[in-house]
Design a protein around this ligand. Structure first.
Ligand code: HMG
Length: 390
């Protein structure tokens, strides 16, 4: 049975900053952020958007009534969950009007967990072929103002429907994965910003990619020419490029050109959104699928998933006939175009304006936020979500 991604979409908040403005404000050469890091714009989340609302907004645009009636499993991947106990998937389940006879859970392992969600979904569909599973990957990346990681922040979510006979991309076997207990990036329970050993995290990411890619090729007797394109977890676009370059040293010119050219296409959305943690690999995939002019059905795409801590996985998918007809390219381009560019002063104010820990009651102004699904406040310590369409 073919199982894979039947639908895919993303959402990112309505505000962004230009990384050139950030460079100027931080006294850094703009070339460092634009070329050295490879980021053009960075999404900024208002406090009316959290992991739940971003994910639900991403799902709204891909789900039809038939999907809503069929989805029997919601797997919510995040490292910026809103409750230590209750799964973010349950809030999303209610906001999207999904049926009661469905499971809703949350999964965590830094930026890797959406891939765990995808593989759990694949196993579930293998046992229940008529099932449709909603995998949500949603995060707000925060390192702090004036920190080394600041330029690699972002916010957004990816929603995917996983099903048999998928319209976009099958998820193939085998898949190779590994775990290594490393402190390259982490966020203690008391902190709303990440701790990171930046340089170590880059080395750890590249080593994971090289190891897993080599293991995969050895197991499947494949080589570079068997991959039409490769997509990467993309904390910033130079990161995936460095990993890709690390396996191209001995490649022939044609393989090098093809993989680097498709990397350019795939990085487009990531470069103007920023790191969305769990969704970053899948945003890279959406960008490749929507922005390429030449990828044909039957092409094999390799996917590298990495989550600090660390867990990584390399696997492949095959593009399905007519896949272009089932993408949301126009919607995504409009969403990105209609965002408002804000000043660094306003970004700093928005960044600091978070809901203080322990606040039991607060009302938020959702009219300021064009998103259809928003966090409207907190009442008796319960988060109040609103779907403006309902
Ligand atoms: P840094 O010290 O600010 O930057 O840290 P740098 O000094 O290493 O410079 C970056 C690049 O800019 C270098 O190029 C410079 O040469 C270049 P490279 O050697 O990398 O090719 N450069 C310039 N280029 C053009 N014109 C100029 C110029 N000046 C310098 N004028 C770092 C950068 C990414 C480490 C930092 O921002 C950071 O700590 N970010 C957060 C951690 C991160 O994103 N790590 C990625 C791997 S781990 C991961 O992906 C998991 C993660 O998503 C979390 C999760 O799993 O949940 C993060």
């Amino acid at each position: 049975m073919k199982i894979g991604i039947d639908k895919i979409g993303f959402y990112t908040p309505a505000m962004y900053i230009d990384t050139g403005d950030l460079a100027e404000a931080r006294g850094v050469e703009p070339g460092k952020f634009k070329v050295g890091i490879g980021q053009e714009k960075m999404a900024v989340a208002p406090k009316t958007q959290d992991a739940v609302t971003l994910a639900a907004n991403a799902a709204l645009n891909i789900l039809t009534q038939a999907d809503i009636d069929a989805i029997d499993y919601v797997i919510f991947a995040t490292e910026t969950g809103v409750d230590h106990s209750k799964a973010a998937g349950i809030f999303a389940h209610e906001l999207l009007g999904l049926k009661k006879s469905a499971r809703s859970i949350e999964v965590k392992q830094a930026c890797y967990s959406a891939t765990a969600g995808l593989q759990i979904a694949k196993g579930h569909i293998a046992l229940n072929p008529d099932s449709r599973v909603l995998v949500l990957a949603s995060d707000i990346s925060r390192y702090g103002l004036k920190t080394g990681g600041e330029i690699t922040q972002g916010a957004g979510a990816v929603a995917m429907v996983i099903a048999r006979d998928p319209k976009l991309l099958t998820i193939e076997s085998p898949s190779v994965y590994q775990t290594d207990d490393a402190m390259d990036f982490w966020r203690p329970l008391y902190s709303d910003t990440a701790h990171v050993q930046g340089k170590f995290s880059v080395i750890q990411y590249i080593n994971f990619f090289k190891d897993l890619f080599a293991q995969y090729q050895e197991q499947t007797k494949t080589s570079l020419k068997d991959f039409e394109a490769l997509v990467f977890h993309t904390p910033y676009t130079k990161m995936g490029l460095k990993a890709l370059q690390s396996v191209l040293e001995d490649a022939d010119e044609a393989d090098k050109k093809r993989l680097l050219d498709y990397y350019e296409v795939g990085k487009y959305y990531n470069a103007i959104v920023g790191n969305i943690y769990t969704g970053s690999l899948y945003l890279n995939l959406i960008s490749l699928l929507e922005q390429n002019q030449t990828l044909e059905a039957g092409a094999t795409v390799g996917l590298f998933s990495y989550g600090s801590g660390s867990v990584g996985e390399f696997f492949t998918g095959i593009l399905q006939p007519g896949y272009r007809d089932h993408l949301k390219k126009e919607y995504h381009e409009k969403l990105l175009e209609e965002r408002e560019q804000i000043s660094i002063e306003r970004y700093e104010a928005v960044f600091m304006d978070t809901i203080p820990n322990g606040v039991g009651d607060i009302e938020l102004d959702i009219e300021m936020d064009p998103a259809l699904i928003c966090l409207a406040g907190i009442k008796n310590h319960m988060r109040q979500y609103v779907n403006k369409q309902q």
